[in-house]
Design a protein around this ligand. Structure first.
Ligand SMILES: *Cc1c(COP(=O)(O)O)cnc(C)c1O
Length: 468
């Protein structure tokens, strides 16, 4: 399987190089040169298989010959063995046609673990094989950082630097990152928003000299391997609810468009998905874009669902590439518009198929709060604010007889203050969280300045530093 950049000016690469690169050298995002497809018969055969078995089948076409079957299955088994539920991604019924897909049983209690655990194993393997090292650089709105640090801490070939917006992640999220004692872990609290963190990371990736000197690698959802791992639970849950014999819909709490793009790919691969619902909080750039065709980032508001407090939705570029008939020149033009004028406008030909494939629903703070409250009152089931957005958005789009699966992306214990207020109960803390909350924190507060961040990384990473 070859991969191409959405901006068309980077070399075509195989899976392993795409994974190690993160962002393409032309600033674009890598996508497979074509989408693998499963027949209904192949999908039906996934019934009754374990999560790890389905994961192997869904991901195998994307990794190609870069890894042997047995070794790949073993890495997958290991990646999901540590999840605190035997089903790995269990479904819970919320209402007649409404289901909750629990994606928070991993080590850091958010769905980011699904991709990060396997990515950590695959990267370590690729680097060891090549006798190489990497400096991993990532921006986080809260959950990616913890999941990445859990997956990469202590790995000999890797140093990891995570930028998070100072004062804008929850206490639990921060501690999950800053309490890692391993010496290859560095936390940078940037004085800015998540979008600022993401912009610094992108600037450092586009500084090709810096990137090459320190073998910089990315684990944000710009990294194709993360999207790949997230396609799996669309298959596992849809099959459990009757696919391919009946269609299933999904509602996804969306920030950087990674998770819902994985759903779009699942559909391309032959999974019968009826609706893909984009749930946003009041940071609703995606809702506005689908309505007007104009993509225009505005200021970011802090909400109950901080992991979605995003206005620059990176993976949207992958969707635009598909909708523009894979015309990379068009993507370059749109991205230039965005840089020069602060917005771009999609043509009717581009936005109409988006409207046909997606519905976008904005859930405000009151609706989020009331959803946590009512789910608790009706079912005695506690959900986190991100999952509440998925559930509320999904409920608005229900079609009779078509199961709607709301992705529950985080455990409520990660966001105790709003959850406690809405349920008037203390949130149960899983044991794996309690220890982290006590431990010593390590972090560096830095101004929102690319050169300061660059200097800090250069001074800490164990990777060479000799250009070329
Ligand atoms: C990251 C995150 C999201 C948003 O996912 P994207 O792939 O960025 O759209 C939603 N909920 C939680 C809890 C998250 O951590």
């Amino acid at each position: 399987m070859k991969y191409v950049s959405t901006r068309g000016r980077a070399p075509e690469l195989e899976f392993e190089d795409v994974m190690l690169a993160g962002l393409a050298r032309d600033g674009g995002l890598y996508v497979p040169s074509s989408w693998p497809e499963f027949s209904p018969k192949q999908i039906a055969a996934m019934r009754g298989a374990s999560y790890a078995q389905i994961a192997f089948q869904v991901m195998a076409p994307f990794v190609g010959s870069s890894i042997s079957k047995d070794e790949f299955q073993a890495l997958i088994d290991q990646a999901y063995a540590g999840f605190a539920h035997n089903a790995v991604a269990p479904l819970v019924q919320a209402d007649a046609d409404l289901w909750i897909l629990e994606l928070f049983h991993g080590p850091t209690l958010a769905f980011k673990d699904f991709a990060m655990q396997i990515l950590g194993a695959l990267m370590d393997r690729a680097l060891t094989k090549r006798g190489a090292r990497a400096t991993i650089l990532g921006a986080t709105s809260g959950d990616t950082g913890g999941a990445a640090i859990n997956a990469f801490a202590g790995r000999e070939q890797i140093d990891i630097f995570i930028l998070y917006p100072h004062g804008r992640v929850s206490d639990v999220q921060r501690r999950q990152m800053t309490t890692a004692p391993e010496q290859n872990v560095f936390n940078i609290a940037l004085e800015g928003t998540f979008d600022d963190c993401q912009a610094v990371v992108k600037a450092l990736f586009n500084d090709l000299e810096f990137r090459d000197s320190y073998q910089v690698s990315g684990v944000n959802s710009i990294n194709w391997a993360r999207i790949m791992a997230q396609i799996v639970y669309y298959f596992s849950s849809a099959v459990a609810l009757g696919a391919p014999d009946r269609p299933v819909s999904f509602s996804v709490p969306t920030g950087n468009f990674g998770d819902i793009f994985a759903g779009f790919v699942a559909k391309k691969m032959g999974l019968p998905i009826e609706q893909l619902v984009i749930g946003t909080n009041v940071n609703d750039i995606l809702v506005r874009t689908l309505e007007t065709g104009i993509y225009q980032p505005q200021g970011v508001n802090a909400t109950y669902s901080p992991s979605m407090d995003i206005q620059v939705s990176s993976n949207f570029e992958r969707l635009m590439f598909e909708m523009a008939g894979r015309d990379a020149g068009r993507i370059v033009a749109l991205m230039n518009d965005l840089e020069q004028t602060g917005h771009f406008k999609l043509s009717d030909n581009e936005v109409s198929p988006m409207r046909a494939q997606f519905q976008a629903v904005r859930i405000d703070e009151t609706q989020t709060f009331e959803t946590i409250q009512s789910v608790y009152q009706d079912n005695h089931y506690v959900i986190d604010p991100h999952s509440a957005i998925a559930l509320a958005a999904g409920a608005k789009c229900l079609q009779k007889g078509v199961p709607m699966v709301a992705l529950s992306t985080a455990h409520p214990a990660k966001f105790p203050s709003v959850v406690t207020k809405a349920t008037e109960e203390n949130v149960d803390q899983p044991a794996r969280l309690q220890a982290q909350l006590q431990a010593q924190e390590r972090l560096e507060i830095l101004a929102n300045d690319v050169s300061l961040v660059k200097e800090y990384i250069a001074g800490k990473t164990r990777v060479g530093g000799t250009a070329g």
